[in-house]
Design a protein around this ligand. Structure first.
Ligand code: FAQ
Length: 320
């Protein structure tokens, strides 16, 4: 008797439950493939669009050392994007398709990158808060059920922890500086705090994908669990900076052993996700421009690959 669809589905779920990684050539439910393509490509786009807010400060970093560190961080984000696009390609979608979806405005990327970077302190706040939020989420993804995604995450996490420390170091320096520097530090924390909390996605009760993604072990923790972990961590770290988080309801709860916090402005979140945040248009325009200006590079690379192939097939192996 031939295997029925539900037999495949059952043995797939058993494998996931037994913590056996799913690999590209293994059978997988179509919905699993689809949700992974969505999540991994959104993640890749976030890394690439995420280079823009910080790229804005490379030419204005306050010292050669800070400039070198920032260039290296932004370069790391490009690398993360590339690992993730490659991992996505193993699911049967081409890099061109995913990038076209970004450029046409069809694909989502993290809401956080649609906010402007107004001062140097924003580089610190992004490192501390945005990379900090990204790490919590990505440490969990190192154990995600899809092999190529999990493996990409291991290296990404190592680099992200350097990113977070460099951000905290920028803020620590400012927090020990002049009154104007201290004010700049607090102002950046005030502007980045709430958008950072939104990075974890909607509340669990509003999250369309969480239940299924938890069953498939794509996600290991829910949006609310990770958000709470992040708040508990930052509420302590901010004390070292002698600054405060802009939430009057933030308070340690001895019963739950977590910090209580104020209501997130979900209308702002959805507005940004739908394309109407402060910098959405600017970000997409920058990506489209880069894509158009890079056309000749892609053409040259394709022509060179073609040349090597025809040389090799003519028996001339010196191509390597
Ligand atoms: N922005 O059902 P859920 C970085 C969408 S880190 C925009 O809860 P899910 C590093 C969601 O896709 C940032 N859209 O979704 C860096 C879904 O869309 P659908 C990137 C959001 O997937 C640092 C709908 O809302 N990290 O780049 C957002 O189960 C510094 C319903 O939501 C990742 O992508 C949002 N914030 O959980 C780079 C990590 N939240 O189905 C440069 C991987 C949700 O309507 C500088 N992703 N949506 O099309 C994940 O872990 C998950 O996708 C979540 C969302 C947790 C983000």
């Amino acid at each position: 008797m031939s295997m029925q669809l539900h037999d495949f589905e059952n043995s797939f779920q058993q494998k996931v439950d037994a913590e056996i990684k799913i690999e590209p050539k293994d059978w997988m439910p179509e919905a699993y493939r689809k949700t992974l393509i969505r999540q991994i490509s959104q993640h890749a786009h976030s890394e690439i669009v995420g280079m823009l807010p910080e790229g804005n400060w490379i030419s204005r970093a306050p010292s050669l050392k800070r400039k070198a560190i920032l260039i290296s961080k932004v370069q790391d984000e490009a690398g993360h994007g590339l690992y993730l696009y490659s991992s996505c390609e193993t699911l049967g979608i081409t890099r061109e398709e995913t990038i076209n979806d970004l450029n046409s405005g069809k694909a989502k990327y993290s809401s956080i990158f649609n906010y402007p970077t107004l001062t140097w302190a924003d580089m610190g706040a992004i490192g501390w808060l945005v990379d900090g939020a990204a790490i919590l989420n990505q440490v969990m993804l190192c154990r995600t059920s899809y092999g190529p995604y999990a493996r990409a995450m291991v290296r990404i996490c190592k680099e992200e922890s350097f990113h977070q420390r460099q951000g905290f170091d920028i803020l620590l320096t400012l927090s020990r500086g002049t009154d104007a520097q201290k004010a700049m530090c607090q102002d950046a924390i005030n502007r980045w705090w709430w958008p950072s909390l939104m990075m974890f996605g909607p509340k669990d009760s509003e999250s369309t994908n969480t239940d299924q993604s938890m069953k498939w072990k794509i996600k290991r923790k829910t949006n609310d669990e990770l958000r709470q972990q992040f708040i508990d961590m930052c509420a302590e770290q901010v004390k070292i900076l002698n600054m405060h988080l802009p939430d009057k309801d933030l308070k340690w709860n001895t019963e739950t052993q977590h910090y209580d916090f104020g209501e997130i402005d979900w209308s702002e979140f959805w507005n940004v996700v739908k394309g109407n945040g402060p910098c959405n248009k600017q970000r997409l325009e920058a990506r489209r421009k880069a894509h158009e200006e890079g056309e000749w590079v892609r053409e040259a690379a394709a022509a060179y690959a073609e040349k090597r192939k025809s040389r090799a097939s003519a028996g001339n192996l010196e191509a390597a």
